[in-house]
Write a protein that binds this ligand. Sequence first.
Ligand code: ATR
Length: 516
Amino acid sequence: MALMTATRIACPLTVRDVPAARMAANQAHQAGADLIELRLDLCAAAGADPQELVRSIPDLGLPVIATCRHRGEGGAWNGEESARLALIQQAEAHGAAWVDWELAFLDRLDGWRPQRAGLILSHHDFEGQGSDLEALVIRMYAAGAQCAKLAVTPPDAAALAPLADLCSRYGLWTGRNDARSIVALGMGEVGLPSRVLAGAWGAWCTFGRLEDGDPGSAPGQPTVAELASLYRVGRQGSDTRIFGLAGKPVGHSLSPLIYNTAFAHLDLDAVHAPFLVHDAPAFWQACGGWIDGLSLTVPHKTALLDQLDEIEPLAARLGIINTVWRDQSTRAIGANTEAPAAVECLEQALGPLARKRILVLGAGGAGRGIAFALAAAGAEVAIANRTAARSATLAGEIGALALTGEEARAWPWEALVNATSVGLGTEESPWPADRLRPGAVVFDTVYHPLQTRLLREACEAGCIPLCGLALLISQAVEQFRRWTGQEPPRALMQRRCLERLGLPQGGCGCLHLSSE
Ligand code: ATR
């Protein structure tokens, strides 16, 4: 088997008959797949005749990996082992380009090796990652594999480092000429970056589901279309710059969509991946060497303060970092782009903020950054927080007013900023509807959902609404400038987010969005 020069996208098929296989293979091809993995064990479990499927291999329109996985390695095969081997041998005879077999069941091959097809030997661990993956890879090559496939379950994002390292030593970009390669995949949400960065790491292939909602054949698989169009896996290479979001949770984040849209639009060789991180310092120590920049989100906005080479003055003053970037000498710098972005959003609605009366609800991480930046912009800031001691401390630091709930309701604010988490995924509002001030600005930093109850009531009361997406995009624009030195396509990024949120026309009535 010839070595490939780009990482391929493989789509595992679990189908009930040959027509379904043809249709699914065609859909996978259209979505951007380069290979089909015919999961004969799962197809048989779904009621298909595996012999018939094997005979259809020449009609599937893409090179086929034939796999019939044993239950002992996460498959569904419950027939005879001799029949399993016979099926794989027939798959080769009918033109499968590759056959996949588990290393743990190597003895069941009885010394057989494919002659025309390439051999993938694989190892699955649904519980953890083990410690000596390289020993497995070496055993796989020694047993005749052209491709060593590891599919493990990293406990935290730091455990992605050994997978990246194996790819760098056995993958496509090593310059080796011995026709061997590797696939090193992490399963589950923690493992997702290994799938979407497979091209940058040099893995031989990555695996994607056909459709969203399709359970796929392994936990955490993105769709083929996402791998091909959003992450541009086939275009990634050894020079691809790697960026990411580090947070917990990250599953519903719009960040990969925002940044990858901008990278593609500007034709930059860069990718942005979501890292589900439990321990941020451990992650940065393990993986920081190959990461060019990070967006940091809850709960890690203070976690890397001691890990970086430099902190920009505003971020140092706030003690909150949402951006990590590297300067030309690759020194890692921490920045805060959220606080200035909030000022930018409010300036769009209010004009210069000097002496404007702005009430900030919340004195947590978000409230602190925003209140600081508003005070620095000359606004008259008042802070109201559920825990009064927190608002008093913050107000003391920046020369703002600390108000009780009752005092806040009587204060003549020109803009209200919700910097609490109230309304995040709920129908709650942090502010009584009958105390909204017609003509004033209401800015909700919550963007999930985009149309919070506070914003809806603000619209009804005749206020000027500003939604959390405005803040998300503005802080991303500032991050992007630091990471790339280029100006991102703000309106396009926003449009893609609205499409993803099911609001292609805007629809939240937000000033910032409708002004685009
Ligand atoms: P973030 O970094 O997103 O600001 P945080 O530091 O945990 O997260 O702060 C959450 C903010 O939302 C705080 O101001 C919190 O008020 P407390 O300081 O009293 O905890 C506020 N908040 C969270 N749940 C709230 C609720 N149910 N009612 C009012 N305020 C709430």
